[in-house]
Ligand binder design. Structure first.
Ligand code: GDP
Length: 462
């Protein structure tokens, strides 16, 4: 394998107390030693740190600490060096230049992690988890990424694969003895094992709903007629005057997105133009956008002002936009105008028509006085909590999710093949497919396109 020596800035590109440049490859230590004025690091032990200066021939560039790591116990499983310098982008640039002058080359995006994968130190799902870990913005996503880095998914998948592999070997053995009409693989035992695999796959696939929510956040669309109080609600949620509140109907023309973290989950609130039929061209665009927003949202907050709407209107809208994977919460706004809210005819009619098929929630609020906002927040938070699974391993990656779905499809086909008494050849064929899809997750079966796609999303230095 090609172990040419690569270098890159490993810390953020900006001013800091310390910056770190990472060098990896067969000549990482010898190239570094050429520019390091201090102890001869060619003779240094692995995992040692040395004080000295980086020089470009006679010119001193900076006073540094150099860490030496020898293969194979390094991040890339290659000889590696880290230079800690005074954190100036200018110094970083000069050190990289002198490294390149002495035989290293600039690393490509994700190349350090890609080498760790290529050299067998981590599998593909672990490589991906490093990107997730660096991108994690809250506790939940950090924990999930760390579990994946520690091999969470790898272990789960390898158990499933071993099971399938055993059966595949037996089924293939049958093919070798085709003339003798023997059955090595006990079909009942195989069916039972497939059931277990299917269950596990389903449970992992289900965990993606939660995993995706904590990793990427949840889109919440705030919808209601003009003047229902959408902007006021958004402000109340965010406790700041961000959206422009106005008394003229239909002024929230464009959509406004704001992120609020509730118990570690990012909820993206989308304020939209009032939904109504209109002849105003600009307003039309806003309405179209609102419809698009509901399409991608996971939660719909439908806000109504009792004095300015009818139950029929609300019911019509909800039925029109209902989707089984959309959580709908009705918000009865402006209860401060009602001298103390009590459930009335209006809400009773909504309940009769919409509960429980379309929604099971009406929360009475006053966006203006900020009452009921906490109930709304806990309702949102509960929505995420309810998604949590018993699974220790949570799928957060779209690629894994798709591979698991494809594996499940093949496992189901294997089952059908058994009950349908289909030929051993076809059974072996389907089993191979299931194995291959599972292998895609760890990177056992992969191709350059997939790899390029994954690592190009990393930045240089990772
Ligand atoms: P939007 O068009 O749905 O975004 O509505 P706005 O948030 O701009 O609010 C329209 C008007 O209703 C403004 O005058 C708000 O002050 C008022 N409003 C919003 N929420 C409440 C509320 O809970 N109580 C009362 N009394 N007025 C409210």
């Amino acid at each position: 394998m090609n172990h040419d020596t690569i270098c890159a800035l490993a810390t953020a590109n900006g001013i800091g107390a310390i910056g770190i440049i990472r060098i990896s490859g067969d000549d990482a230590i010898s190239v570094s030693s050429k520019i390091f004025d201090g102890k001869n690091i060619n003779k240094a032990d692995s995992h040692t740190v040395h004080y000295g200066f980086i020089k470009d021939e006679d010119e001193v560039i900076d006073e540094v600490m150099v860490s030496v790591f020898k293969a194979p116990k390094t991040f890339t499983a290659e000889d590696s060096v880290e230079i800690s310098f005074h954190g100036s982008p200018h110094i970083a640039k000069k050190i990289l230049e002198v490294l390149i002058k002495n035989g290293a080359r600039m690393a490509k995006a994700g190349e350090f992690t890609m080498r760790a994968f290529m050299n067998g130190r981590i599998d593909l799902s672990q490589a991906e988890s490093i990107a997730d870990l660096i991108a994690s913005e809250n506790e939940a996503s950090r924990k999930v990424a760390l579990n994946q880095l520690k091999g969470g998914i790898t272990n789960e998948i390898s158990v499933l694969r071993t099971d399938l592999l055993n059966f595949t070997s037996l089924v293939e053995l049958e093919l070798d003895f085709a003339e003798e009409d023997v059955e090595f693989a006990d079909r009942t035992a195989l069916t039972m094992s497939l059931h277990r695999t299917e269950e596990k796959l389903r449970s992992l696939i289900d965990s993606f709903k939660y995993g995706n929510a904590i990793k990427n956040g949840v889109d919440v669309a705030i919808i209601g007629k003009p003047n229902a109080g959408k902007s006021t609600l958004l402000n109340a949620l965010l406790k700041e005057e961000r959206a422009i509140v106005s008394e003229i109907a239909g002024t929230t023309r464009d959509t406004i997105e704001e992120v609020l973290h509730i118990n570690g989950t990012a909820f993206r609130f989308i304020d939209t133009a009032g939904i109504r039929e209109t002849s105003d061209i600009i307003e039309e665009i806003g309405v179209k956008k609102a419809k698009e927003k509901i399409e991608t949202a996971k939660i719909l907050l439908y806000l109504y002002d009792e004095l300015d709407s009818t139950p029929e209107e609300v019911i019509l809208f909800i039925k029109e936009f209902y989707r089984h994977d959309l959580k709908i919460i009705l918000l009865h706004n402006k209860i401060d105008l009602q001298n103390g809210y009590f459930e009335n005819e209006f809400d009773a009619q909504l309940k009769a028509e919409l509960f429980p098929e379309y929604t099971s929630e009406i929360i009475a609020i006053s966006a203006k006085n900020k009452t009921g906002i906490e109930s709304l927040k806990s309702e949102l938070s509960d929505y995420i909590q309810n998604m949590e699974t018993q699974e220790n391993t949570i799928i957060t990656n779209q690629r894994h999710y798709e591979a698991l779905q494809k594996s499940l499809e093949s496992v189901k086909k294997v089952e059908e093949a058994i009950t349908g008494n289909i030929s051993t050849e076809l059974l072996a064929y389907e089993l191979r497919y299931a194995l291959e899809y599972l292998g895609e997750i760890s990177g056992e079966f992969t191709n350059d396109e997939v790899l390029g796609n994954i690592f190009s999303k990393f930045c240089i230095g990772k």
